[in-house]
Design a protein. Structure first.
Length: 234
């Protein structure tokens, strides 16, 4: 009996191996997939370590919603001394009336006159910043240009009353700065321009020793004292 008759030939055995189904773990795509998963996992871990480990950024930037606040505009109540000082006086190149009205607003009162081919207009603003009741600013224009100005009723805090000794200390020829240092700030200022001469005056009306309404005035011509007068002082 030939036992070899039950065994397949070598060619038949190879053909049977070729048609046998391979286990999934023996196929090439299985191991390729494993490699991809391992590499992907390592990348994610690396990213986490970078974000939280030694390469992490030390500063944390948080986006905050910007809130825009409207700035509160504080309007001064009345004309300021700085605005008064900024008005330039000259017969031909003084600050134009349109410029003054644009900066200070509509005047409280106006008056006009014409003489010798010159139109004169006086504008008055009744409200002065840090001013007493009745304070005002008055500007005179000739042919549209400022030629004189006066501001009155400004509040001034004085450490002591101004008596006749303070008045007597004012002498002709003194500079404006000397009067301001020795006597203090006045309650009113006035200034006018005429040809080549500039005239000014300081009016002291608060903290003055004397009867009700006591005051004194110091006059300047081209920057130095040229005269003075007083009312009701004691």
């Amino acid at each position: 009996m030939d036992h070899n008759n039950n065994l397949p030939t070598r060619a038949a055995y190879r053909r049977s191996l070729k048609h046998q189904k391979k286990h999934f773990y023996k196929r090439w795509w299985f191991w390729t997939l494993i490699v991809i998963i391992v590499l992907a996992g390592g990348g994610v871990a690396g990213m986490k370590m970078t974000a939280t480990g030694p390469f992490a950024k030390t500063s944390h930037v948080s986006k905050q919603k910007k809130t825009t606040k409207k700035k509160k505009v504080v309007n001064k109540d009345g004309v300021t001394f700085a605005q008064y000082s900024g008005i330039y006086l000259n017969e031909t190149s003084g600050t134009p009336i349109a410029t003054v009205q644009r900066l200070l607003g509509k005047p409280s009162t106006t008056s006009t006159s014409n003489a010798n081919n010159t139109k004169t207009e006086i504008n008055t603003w009744n409200n002065v910043d840090n001013g007493e009741l009745g304070s005002n600013l008055k500007v005179t224009f000739a042919n549209g240009h400022a030629i004189s100005k006066a501001i009155s009723g400004m509040k001034v805090a004085r450490s002591e009353k101004l008596g006749l000794d303070a008045y007597s200390s004012v002498q002709n020829g003194m500079e404006e700065s000397t009067i301001l240092n020795n006597v203090g700030k006045p309650n009113g200022y006035s200034e006018s321009f005429n040809s080549d001469k500039t005239s000014k005056s300081f009016t002291y009306s608060s903290g003055v020793s004397g009867s009700t309404g006591a005051n004194f005035v110091v006059n300047f011509t081209n920057g130095t004292v040229s005269g003075k007068s007083q009312t009701g002082m004691k």
